[in-house]
Design a protein around this ligand. Structure first.
Ligand code: SF4
Length: 557
């Protein structure tokens, strides 16, 4: 067996992690090494069931004085076996100590009445107690829902298995390589990290032969929608205040809106919109991002509580960005996705688009995939954008003369259509900024967009494939449906801006679009665009980890 060097040696391993490792090594890696965690109904319920034992921290008498006693929530560490644990309960009886581990749910209907992962966790606690001088040969698992205890004897077999798993866990950490996902395992169905791990998706993408399959064997992505609500504060002089468990929006003396904090996904403040200190502190403590925009919708920053712990991913991102060849491969796929999706938008919505134009966009997409430099790729993207925007006026079905589209212009946009496009691109940059941040990336370091002070280059990279199917589509839908009128725009100097009412209409359209559930073209399940943004960011992270070779852009059909 390979001996781990002093430098590779992880800190003491929590016994809880040993449980995760025994359940699924990849789960342990994602939680322990990558610092990712996500609740599901089981984990929330588990915490609730555990609340009594977690209430206070207990102490145990010295090993020499062990008599009859009970102590709850006791922390102990054992350096020889390399374990640290919080014991839910310890019972001292006749000179022996017995650890009791609380588990939610019912006694499982399996031989021995307990899963291996739980037995190993309990045994590690027993070994830690022994190392600290206590006599300990057995433990109990208490199943909260069935109110039953299952006795576990720390026999030679279980002790050896526990020690072997501790060593295997250390080797896994030292290898710096994420274990492969389980294949079609029922464990994934109950796993709260399935949305981060993407077991079926990664197994599917790892095998290139699968790519031609029409309906892959990918289980449903859960939850398909992100039901947390974003709060946009756009009007002049608006202030966000905390009131108990809610946030209220005030304009001078009038309350203009409110939202429950636990239902909040993020806050976006525009222009002079403000937030009070108590509200700000609460939001940071709950790790909800606050985004800041100029009046015109330019995203210029955000605040968040403790940042993401996935330092491993950031190291990989920086190494990838340094490597011109690998960066180009990613950039090619972003541009490829962008061109093909803009082609689909024209094919679907421009009744007069010629086959020639569709063919040339297809050709440019394939040229993007085989381009030999970033410079060439930029040229290809520029050419495709010119063709696409030359048709954009055909997507607007207006008989009115108050708006039309001639060409793409910005800084400042000179007509209502360009104003809405620019505004939505700004909102999308923020969306990807937040998604990348919460998935552990540094949004400022991209592979296609080059680093420049204050430019969220990776957010811009990731939104390329979604520009036409989200921002552009929302734009022409709003105009075509008559959801925007001339009164929603103001001409100022050289440019045109949206009024507060206009901004609200645009944001409504945007939220409606990204909450729409669509069938994922690769994986076959239905999922909202907002969740797709997250899936794409996770797939990108798996490319950086070397789990899949090629980044698969989201290609709408
Ligand atoms: S989803 Fe499955 S493979 Fe992925 S971490 Fe969970 S149990 Fe392991």
């Amino acid at each position: 067996m390979r001996k781990i060097s002093e430098f590779e040696m992880p800190d003491l391993i929590p016994a809880r992690m040993l449980n995760e490792f025994t359940y699924c090594p990849r789960l342990c890696y994602i939680e322990w090494v990558e610092g990712e965690f996500e609740d599901n109904a089981d984990t929330v319920d588990g915490r609730f069931q555990h609340r009594r034992v977690d209430q206070s921290q207990g102490v145990v008498p010295n090993p020499e004085e062990v008599a009859d006693f009970t102590a709850r929530s006791v922390d102990i560490s054992a350096h020889e076996i390399g374990i640290v644990c919080r014991l839910d309960l310890i019972e001292g009886k006749d000179g022996h100590v017995i650890p009791v581990e609380y588990k939610r749910g019912y006694v499982p209907k399996i031989e021995g009445g307990a899963y291996e992962s739980d037995k190993v966790q309990l045994c590690a606690q027993g070994l830690a107690l022994k190392e600290n001088g206590y006599e300990c040969n057995e433990g109990l698992i208490y199943f909260v829902k069935s109110k039953q205890k299952v006795q576990i004897t720390f026999n030679e077999l279980l002790v050896n298995r526990t020690k072997q798993l501790i060593n295997n866990l250390r080797l896994m950490i030292a290898s710096e390589k994420i274990p492969s996902p389980l294949v079609e395992s029922s464990r994934c169905v109950r796993c709260s990290l399935a949305g981060i791990c993407l077991p079926d998706e990664i197994n599917f993408l790892k095998n290139p032969e699968n790519r031609n399959e029409e309906i892959p064997q990918v289980r449903k992505f859960l939850p398909p929608r992100d039901d947390q609500i974003p709060l946009y504060v756009t009007g002049y002089g608006q202030t966000v205040r905390k009131k108990g468990e809610r946030l209220e929006v005030w304009s001078n003396r009038d309350k203009t809106g409110e939202v429950k904090i636990r239902e909040l996904s993020q806050i976006s403040l525009y222009g002079s919109a403000d937030i009070t200190s108590p509200a700000f502190t609460e939001i940071l403590q709950r790790n909800i991002p606050i985004n800041y925009f100029s009046y015109g919708g330019w995203f210029y920053g955000f605040s968040q509580g403790n940042s993401h712990k996935n330092v491993e991913l950031r190291i990989k991102q920086f190494a990838f960005a340094e490597d011109k060849k690998r960066s180009l491969k990613l950039a090619q796929m972003f541009v490829y996705g962008k061109i093909l999706n803009s082609r689909t938008i024209l094919r679907r919505n421009d009744g007069e688009v010629s086959d020639e134009i569709l063919k040339s966009l297809k050709k440019l997409a394939s040229d993007a995939k085989s381009s030999n430099s970033l410079q060439t790729l930029l040229g290809i993207e520029g050419g495709a954008a010119q063709i696409y925007f030359s048709r954009f006026n055909n997507l607007l079905k207006s008989d009115d003369s108050w708006y039309s589209f001639e060409n793409r212009n910005r800084r400042p946009p000179k007509d209502p259509v360009n104003t809405v496009l620019s505004y939505l691109y700004g909102v999308m940059v923020k969306e990807f900024f937040v998604t990348l941040n919460t998935t552990g990336f540094d949004p400022y370091l991209g592979f296609y967009h080059q680093p420049r002070y204050g430019r969220p280059a990776l957010a811009l990279d990731m939104m390329e494939e979604f520009r036409s199917i989200i921002a552009d589509s929302v734009t022409f839908t709003l105009f075509n449906n008559g959801e925007l009128s001339e009164r929603d725009f103001i001409s100022r100097g050289l440019g045109v801006t949206l009024t507060p009412t206009g901004k609200k209409a645009v944001l409504r359209g945007y939220e409606r679009r990204i909450s729409t559930e669509v069938k994922h073209p690769l994986f076959g399940y239905k999922v909202s665009y907002r969740r797709i943004f997250e899936v794409q960011a996770r797939l990108l992270s798996r490319v950086l980890h070397g789990e899949i070779d090629v980044y698969p852009p989201f290609l709408t059909r």
